[in-house]
Design a protein around this ligand. Structure first.
Ligand code: PGA
Length: 251
């Protein structure tokens, strides 16, 4: 069933105490409100267990920002999907453009991560999106289709139905430059169309497709009003309750 979702992506921000304070403050701000969307926070690994153990999962879901592409073993410095799941986190952000760009994550690697996440009952929030040169060259649909096909189209329909997709045009991430509501809707409709071609319309209609890239209190309402935009993946504006709450309330 398609859900509205507003997910924060803290990236590499907040030490443990700051992160716990932010999560706790957010929970206090959400308490007693009737929300039209699910709220998720994507924290660094160090916060996961404490935050997941502190906050009410009915109010806020907890996401990791990555997991390993191997199940376990001698992979120094890595954190497995099973470890993420053992903290109480229910989601994992995979394939963020910063991971693809700075850490060499390919669609082939991401495919393994998605399978491990699903095997450990984590919901992947799978990020896709083109860089500016690709958009200017008119290749943005091809790029996004390849990311979806290579990363996700090996999944069974039952598994695909568990995926959340985040379309984040790379040129809009952290730049203050947002996709126009038309650009967002056009790409989200395209993504839903290719999912429908592969898995059928009814499955495609159930997939939540989030927009990310300089989404904020000022533009969230307009972006979320599009029929194929089911929420947002929020970076900078997720780092304070004051900025994040109005985005949650944009639904
Ligand atoms: P931003 O980041 O909201 O700071 O642009 C979004 C993201 O990278 O998920």
């Amino acid at each position: 069933m398609r859900k509205n979702i507003v997910a924060g992506n803290w990236k590499m921000n907040n030490n443990l105490q700051e992160g716990i304070a932010l999560a706790t403050d957010l929970q206090a701000a959400l308490q007693g409100k009737t929300l039209q969307c699910d709220v998720i926070i994507g924290t660094p690994f160090i916060h996961l267990a404490t935050v997941a153990g502190t906050i009410d999962p009915r109010l806020i879901g907890v996401a990791a920002q990555n997991c390993a592409d191997r199940a376990s073993g001698a992979f120094t410095g890595e954190v497995s999907a099973a470890m993420v799941a053992s903290t109480g986190a229910k989601y994992v952000i995979l394939g963020h453009s910063e991971r693809r760009t700075y850490y060499g994550e390919t669609n082939a690697i991401l495919k393994e991560k998605v399978l491990l996440a699903l095997a450990n009952d984590l919901t992947p929030i799978f990020c896709i999106g083109e860089v500016l040169d690709e958009r200017n060259a008119g290749k943005h649909f091809d790029v996004v289709e390849k990311q979806v096909a290579e990363g996700l189209f090996g999944l069974s329909p039952a598994d695909f139905a568990k995926i959340v997709i985040a379309y984040e045009p790379v040129w809009a991430i952290g730049t203050g430059k947002t996709a126009t509501t038309e650009q967002a809707q056009e790409m989200h409709a395209f993504i839903r169309k290719i999912i429908a071609e592969k898995y059928g319309q009814s499955l495609a209609d159930g997939v939540s497709i989030l927009y990310g890239g300089s989404c904020n209190a000022g533009n969230a309402k307009e972006l979320f009003a599009n029929p194929d935009v089911d929420g947002g993946l929020i970076g900078g504006a997720s780092l304070s309750v004051e900025k994040f709450l109005p985005i949650v309330e944009a639904f």
